[in-house]
Design a protein around this ligand. Structure first.
Ligand SMILES: Cc1ncc(COP(=O)(O)O)c(C=O)c1O
Length: 412
C-alpha cells in the first residue's frame, strides 16, 4: 500500500549538482582555493568568488515599499506592465509580426513546465536535447509525458538532420509535435544556433504543420549573456515565417538576466499567426497558473519592469562587465584546451563550456579522477561541464592542461 498516487515515481531525484557543490566547498574549506578548483556553480560569480547580485537591480528592489512586496500580483497572468515589458525585452531588436500573449511564471522553469503540460497530453512525447538541461525530461515525466532526446550536434553544427528524422518518426505516432530548444547560449555547451539553422528548422516545421500542429519551446534563459547582444534576437525574425499551424513559446527567465535566481520570476511568451490559437493557449496557461503557483511575486515583476525601463543603461553597463569577464574566462579556457588537445563541444557564448566524453562510463571515471585531483565539475550526458560563469580567471590558467593530463591517465 502506498499513499502517493499510483503513477508516482518514487525513485529519489538524482541530484547531479548540489552534492558535488558541497564536496567542492568542503575541499576549499579544508585545503584552500589555491588547491581546489570549483567549476560547478551555474550562477554568475565574480573574481573574488562572490555571487553576483547587480546593484542596478537590487538597490532599487531594497527600496520598494513593503506593501508592494507584500501584495498579490494584479492578475494570474502577471502584472500588465510586466507582461508588456518582458515581451519588449525578450524580443527587442527583432521585428515580430505575430500575435502574442505573455504569462508571468516562476522563473524560466515555470515557463518551460507550463508549456510542456499545456501542449502535451499524458502519454505523448516531448523532444528535448540529448546534451542539455535535465529538467526538461523531468518536467515531462512528472506529468506522465514521455521525453525523447534528439542529438544536438553534427560536428560543430546543430544536428538538424537528426532532429528532422525524429520529428518525422514522432509524426507517425502522435498528433502534434513539441520540441524544447535551449537557444541561444545553450546550457551546458554554450552553442548558439545560426539564423540559417533556425530558418531551416522553421521551414521544415511549416511543412510538417500541414498535417501536425508544431510547437517550439525556445528556452532563452541565458540569452542576455550573448556576446552580440544587439544581434542576439535576430533569429526570432525567422518566427515571422511560421504557418497558422506552428506556435512558438519563448521561455524567459529573470534569474540570469537580472541575477535574481531566488526571486522566481519569468515568462512564457506565446507567439502565433492566429490570434484565436494564441488566446486558447493563454486560457489554458492562466488556469494552470491559478491551479499551481497562483501568482508571481509582485515586487519581482515591478522591479524587473523598473530595471529594464528606468534603469536600462546602468543595468546594461553592469551586466556587460560580466559578459566581458565570462568572455575572458571562456576564451582562455578554450585557447588552452585547443593547445593541449582537450576536446570541447562547439562553444560560442554563455555560462558553460563542456568537454566531450565518448560515453557516460568514461565521463564518470574522468569526473571522479578530476575530483581526486581537487577539480570539481558537473556531469552531463556525454560531457563534463565547466562553469565559466563562476570560475575566476586565475583558476582558469592551466586548468585545461590539468584536465587533459587526468583524462589521459584515465584512458591509459
Ligand atoms: C537551460 C535552462 N533553462 C531554464 C532554466 C530556468 O531557470 P529559472 O527557473 O531559475 O529561471 C535554467 C536554470 O538553470 C536552465 O539552465
Amino acid at each position: 500500500m502506498k499513499f502517493t498516487k499510483n503513477s508516482a515515481n518514487l525513485s529519489r531525484y538524482a541530484d547531479t549538482v548540489f552534492g558535488i557543490v558541497a564536496k567542492a566547498r568542503k575541499d576549499i574549506a579544508e585545503n584552500g582555493p589555491e588547491i581546489a578548483t570549483d567549476a560547478t556553480l551555474g550562477s554568475l560569480f565574480d573574481e573574488d568568488g562572490k555571487l553576483v547580485a547587480y546593484d542596478s537591480v537590487f538597490n532599487h528592489y531594497d527600496n520598494i515599499d513593503h506593501r508592494v512586496k507584500a501584495a498579490y500580483a494584479s492578475s494570474f497572468t502577471g502584472n500588465p506592465s510586466f507582461r508588456k515589458s518582458v515581451y519588449e525585452w525578450a524580443t527587442q531588436g527583432a521585428d515580430l509580426h505575430l500575435n502574442s500573449s505573455v504569462i508571468a511564471t516562476p522563473g524560466g522553469s515555470g515557463a518551460v513546465s507550463t508549456a510542456i503540460t499545456t501542449f502535451l497530453d499524458a502519454g505523448e512525447t516531448l523532444l528535448y536535447p540529448n546534451i542539455g538541461w535535465e529538467s526538461y525530461a523531468l518536467m515531462a515525466q512528472e506529468n506522465g509525458i514521455n521525453a525523447t532526446s534528439y542529438n544536438m550536434f553534427d560536428g560543430d553544427a546543430f544536428d538538424l538532420r537528426g532532429l528532422k528524422e525524429q520529428i518525422k518518426d514522432l509524426m507517425t505516432k502522435q498528433e502534434r509535435i513539441v520540441i524544447a530548444i535551449n537557444d541561444p547560449c545553450h546550457n551546458p555547451t554554450g552553442y548558439s544556433m545560426t539564423v540559417e539553422e533556425w530558418k531551416d528548422l522553421i521551414s521544415f516545421l511549416n511543412d510538417c504543420s500541414k498535417t501536425h500542429p508544431c510547437i517550439v519551446i525556445d528556452d532563452i534563459a541565458y540569452i542576455d549573456y550573448s556576446n552580440d547582444l544587439a544581434g542576439s534576437r535576430n533569429y526570432m525574425n525567422t518566427f515571422n515565417d511560421i504557418t497558422d499551424n506552428v506556435l512558438i513559446c519563448i521561455a524567459f527567465s529573470c534569474s540570469k538576466t537580472v541575477t535574481s535566481y531566488g526571486l522566481r520570476c519569468g515568462a512564457a511568451i506565446v507567439l502565433g499567426k492566429d490570434p484565436e490559437k494564441v488566446d486558447e493557449v493563454e486560457i489554458v496557461m492562466e488556469k494552470k497558473a491559478r491551479a499551481t503557483w497562483s501568482n508571481i511575486p509582485n515586487a519581482a515583476m515591478e522591479n524587473f519592469t523598473w530595471v529594464v525601463n528606468e534603469n536600462k543603461d546602468a543595468f546594461l553597463k553592469e551586466k556587460q562587465g560580466y559578459i566581458d569577464l565570462m568572455k575572458k574566462r571562456s576564451a582562455l579556457f578554450l585557447k588552452e584546451a585547443k593547445e593541449c588537445g582537450l576536446e570541447t563541444y562547439p562553444y560560442k557564448e554563455g555560462f558553460f563550456v563542456t568537454l566531450v566524453m565518448k560515453d557516460n562510463d568514461m565521463r564518470d571515471k574522468v569526473h571522479a579522477a578530476l575530483m581526486d585531483n581537487h577539480i570539481y565539475t558537473i556531469q552531463v550526458n556525454l560531457g563534463i561541464r565547466v562553469a565559466v560563469c563562476s570560475l575566476p580567471v586565475n583558476k582558469v590558467y592551466g586548468l585545461a592542461q590539468k584536465m587533459k593530463d587526468i583524462i589521459d591517465q584515465v584512458n591509459a
